[in-house]
Design a binder for this molecule. Structure first.
Ligand SMILES: Cc1ncc(C[n+]2csc(CCOP(=O)(O)OP(=O)(O)O)c2C)c(N)n1
Length: 571
């Protein structure tokens, strides 16, 4: 270490290669684990990692690495870190970048790139990842000089984890990782163009308090922003003080306890009748950290027809994007709610509204019919909840099983629910479970997967074995792409085009090949025994659960319909 004069101040500096700088920067950012996959362009980085210092988890596909990093980020709130090589390594992470971007997950993704001298020449394993990833990252960088590396890393972590979180990509030509330069990580981040508005405007909050005073039919819509800003206590306090009922978005589940009497359930396409009708009939919708996406709102013409809209969001571009907003509050949700709690006036008399909603909750609960012959997937989810006492971290793939998990696994606590919401990425659930288990080794992690989605990333079973990750895989095996089949049944006259999967692998043999214990389960009794055995070991386990094939997710808002036009509500 040497000390040199710079701008009149003495700073500690070291002469390091680019790859060593990367490892040092990751250490300074207190990175606990890297999810990655090596290749030519990142060989220098992997060589620097060989000396130790930061654990690295080798997935079996780069998509697995980035979804694992997303799972880690969702559970910890800290950036997940990924390394992939240039070309196909980089393009293999594109789905994960888009997934993290739309679900606001903080990631720092390092891609190797061909040597600077041959950039743009269609060199071996060259892919223009900067251009490809531009619209699906919060920000991206290409390092052009080794001296820039410390600044770029510091900025990348800052951008990924502040404001509305998101993925940041750093593309590094191979020669830069071999070149030496002065390493100085002491400088503060200076980004004049990156404006964060975390402190809410007190006047804006005052207006919300006044709107609350008049509202006779208020409802809170709590989204993932509540989880990102760790505002769950403030939300509970707000509800305790105002008795305003709460509906969740898919990604907001866990931000409010499912067993709370004022919890109306998830809203949206497969939400509860009561949550959706509350949003439809409300005179004031208080959106906290949700983006009013189309799966939530249904037909926008019908949404919030009678309501004034309050929208708390850290991202100003969300205000009025889909739904006209009367009372916007830009800022960190926890801070905004703290301010609102101080401002709270006497609220209007909402007793008849609450009575109506509580009655509706009783009359129109989520439901399914046991046929006495087949194993109902909804029952399976209820059993997962019962046998884990609702304490497990649950990850899912995308499809019917995801919706049943959202509906029937009452989430009591924050950050126990890891699912791909905005992008709806099949293949997400198993690698995300890996990241979640790495994030919280003592917790039970259950990956509830569809048989089709599982087959997209099942190579990651190898990771469970190698790293002794005791993830319990619950395969909701309906021998079909259930959600596609459901839409074909309902909207395409039962023409099941390419959605039935009668040819299934033998999942027990498959698991065995990976050294993982597994069992086939065909009914509730078998599930109880097998899942208890799975939970009792500290090893990974897979249960191939043969469930009813032609079961549909209800209730449902059909495409184009309004939020009040639900089908399949309990008769
Ligand atoms: C990568 C990807 N490809 C295609 C789809 C479209 N898609 C949505 S759900 C679904 C079926 C999923 O089937 P499965 O994993 O078995 O779950 P199930 O619906 O049966 O519970 C498909 C193909 C998707 N969401 N993601």
């Amino acid at each position: 270490m040497s000390t040199v004069e710079e701008s009149g101040t003495k700073v500690a500096q070291k002469l390091l290669t680019g790859s060593r700088m990367i490892v040092e920067a990751l250490k300074e950012e207190k990175v606990e684990v890297i999810f990655g996959y090596p290749g030519g362009a990142v060989l220098n980085i992997y060589d620097a990692l060989y000396d130790g210092g930061i654990p690295h988890l080798l997935t079996r596909h780069e998509q697995g690495a980035i979804h694992a990093a997303e799972g880690y980020a969702r559970v910890t709130g800290r950036p997940g870190v990924v390394i992939a090589t240039s070309g196909p390594g980089a393009t293999n992470i594109v789905t994960g970048l888009a997934d993290a971007m739309i679900d606001s997950l903080p990631l720092v993704v390092i891609t190797g790139q061909v040597n600077s001298q041959v950039l743009g020449s269609d060199a071996f394993q060259e892919a223009p990842i900067l251009g490809i990833s531009m619209p699906i990252t919060k920000h991206n960088f290409q390092v052009q000089d080794v001296k820039e590396l410390p600044r770029i890393f510091k900025e990348a972590f800052h951008i990924a984890s502040t404001g509305r979180p998101g993925p940041v990509l750093i593309d590094i030509p191979k020669d830069i990782t071999a070149t030496s330069g002065i390493y100085d990580y002491s400088k503060d981040v200076h980004l004049p163009g990156y404006k964060l508005q975390t402190e809410p405007d007190p006047q804006a909050v005052k207006k919300v308090a006044q709107a609350l005073k008049k509202a006779e039919k208020p409802v809170i819509l709590a989204g993932a922003g509540v989880l990102h800003s760790k505002a769950t206590n403030e939300l509970k306090e707000l509800v305790a003080k105002t008795t305003i009922p709460v509906a969740n978005t898919l990604l907001g589940l866990g931000s409010f306890p499912a067993d709370h009497p004022l919890f109306l359930g998830m809203a949206g396409m497969h939400g509860t009748y009561t949550a959706n009708m509350a949003l439809y009939q409300a005179d004031l919708i208080i959106n906290i950290g949700a983006r009013f996406d189309d799966r939530l709102t249904g037909n926008l013409e019908e949404f919030a027809k009678f309501a004034k809209v309050v929208h708390f969001d850290i991202d100003p571009s969300e205000i009025g994007k889909n739904v006209p907003t009367d009372y916007p509050v830009i800022g960190d949700a926890a801070k905004s709610l703290q301010l609102l709690l101080k401002e709270l006036p006497e609220t209007a008399d909402t007793s008849s509204w609450l009575e109506q909603l509580l009655q509706s909750k009783e009359d129109y609960p989520l439901w399914y019919v046991e046929d006495g012959e087949t194993f109902k997937p909804q029952k399976l989810v209820e059993l997962v909840h019962e046998l884990t006492k609702g304490e497990a971290i649950v990850t899912t793939d995308v499809g019917q099983h995801q919706m049943w998990a959202a509906q029937f696994h009452g989430f009591q606590k924050p950050d126990r629910w890891v699912t791909s919401g905005g992008l709806g990425t099949m293949g997400f659930g198993l690698p995300a479970a890996i990241g979640a288990q790495v994030a919280e080794p003592p917790s039970t992690v259950v990956a509830v997967l569809g048989d089709a989605g599982f087959q997209m990333t099942l190579q990651e079973l190898a990771v469970l074995k190698e790293y002794k990750l005791p993830v319990k895989v619950v395969l909701v095996n309906n021998q079909s792409m259930g959600m596609v089949r459901q839409w074909q049944q309902l909207f395409y006259k039962e023409r099941y085009s390419e959605s039935l999967l009668p040819n299934q692998p033998d999942y027990v043999k498959l698991s065995d090949a990976f050294g993982i214990k597994a069992a086939v389960v065909e009914n509730e009794a078998e599930f109880r025994t097998a899942f208890a055995a799975a939970l009792a070991t500290d090893e990974p386990y897979l249960l191939d659960c043969r469930v009813t094939q032609k079961e549909n997710v209800y209730p449902m808002i059909a495409p184009g319909k309004g939020i009040q036009q639900m089908e399949g509500v309990k008769p």
